[in-house]
Design a binder for this molecule. Sequence first.
Ligand code: ATP
Ligand code: MG
Length: 375
Amino acid sequence: MFNLGRKKHPLLGIDISSTSIKLVELARTGSYSAGMYRVENAAQEPLPAGCMAEKKVTDIEAVGTVLEKMMGRVRTKAKHAAVAVPGSAAITKTIAMSSALSESEMEAQIQIEADQYIPYPLEEVNLDFDVIGPSAVSTEMVDVLLAASRRENVDNRVAVLEMAGLTAEIVDIETYAMENACALQLARIDEGLEAKTIAVADVGATTTTLHVLHGGIIVYTREQNFGGNQLLDDLQRRYSLSREDALKGLNQPESSPDNSAEASSNLLTKRVLPENAQTEVIGPFKEALAQQVSRALQFFYSASSFGRTDQLILAGGAARLPEIADLVEQRLGFPVQVANPFEDMVLAKHVDRAGLERAAPAMMLAVGLALRGFN
Ligand SMILES: Nc1ncnc2c1ncn2[C@@H]1O[C@H](COP(=O)(O)OP(=O)(O)OP(=O)(O)O)[C@@H](O)[C@H]1O
Ligand SMILES: [Mg+2]
């Protein structure tokens, strides 16, 4: 099953990434002034080492067990979910077809012609298509988006959901989930969005993905091997820490003498990272991050004719580094902000605001997937 289709009822958006599972459930509020969506659930749970090979699920059992545990903790009636395969694991192609064809006729024709577009044996892929609108080729044609992914990418994710008692209603591509999540942020730009070029850098644990949107549509995506795991590796090595402690260290706020509440809580919780970790490890990683983003943008500039970017949105767990947006902004020379897909949303009573705000930059994909229940 590979399904780009659109469904009416709310879904759980589930991002199975290289180091954690993120889950989001949204509901419509019906009121524009209060924000269009209410966050019913938002959760994140780390995955044990070795059950993912980057974005590939290699141990269905282990990943499924974590999701099952999460489902036991969130209060939801939802039984359906949307998941996504990475952009690099999917092939998409837009083709023009006669608008006179019925859906089943289209399907039959695509099955016959698919080997022209898909470089794998057809029995090894999941294939789906979606009519996206009138074609520029001719008034009698429509543009049809074909999407294909190797069966294992899709099947392993579906199997993980099944272990937790969920049905995979939508199997999306991360690129589209990101576009969906960005639509919320872009809706805040009141003027001239059609002409704006906006980049999103998702700096995860293993992968940094640069997406570029023009007029709200993703026109470019490129993944590179860079991410927060390198920071955790360095902290572990340098200060002889466990993985857990390195991450705990990043999550401890920096001590600041003018914040007495923070200072006193720091007396109670022993600091994991030494004082000079900032200058020795974290600072250089932030510089490296800025450089990676800058390099990714150079690739985009040389590969496309969209011109300069107007703005950069920084997403992923590494976007939680203190003052990272300021630093990247200085290095790039145009506005940078940290992603917060929940900004205009109201929260259900049981959702913890502070926790949600901390997690927000890494929740873009899960939110984009949860939104598939509405569009
Ligand atoms: N408080 C924090 N400050 C700085 N960095 C953090 C913090 N918390 C987590 N990180 C970094 O974020 C990374 C995880 O980010 P994220 O959840 O986006 O990754 P992922 O989605 O699992 O990875 P990928 O997208 O590569 O599959 C960790 O490797 C860690 O380095
Ligand atoms: Mg990620």
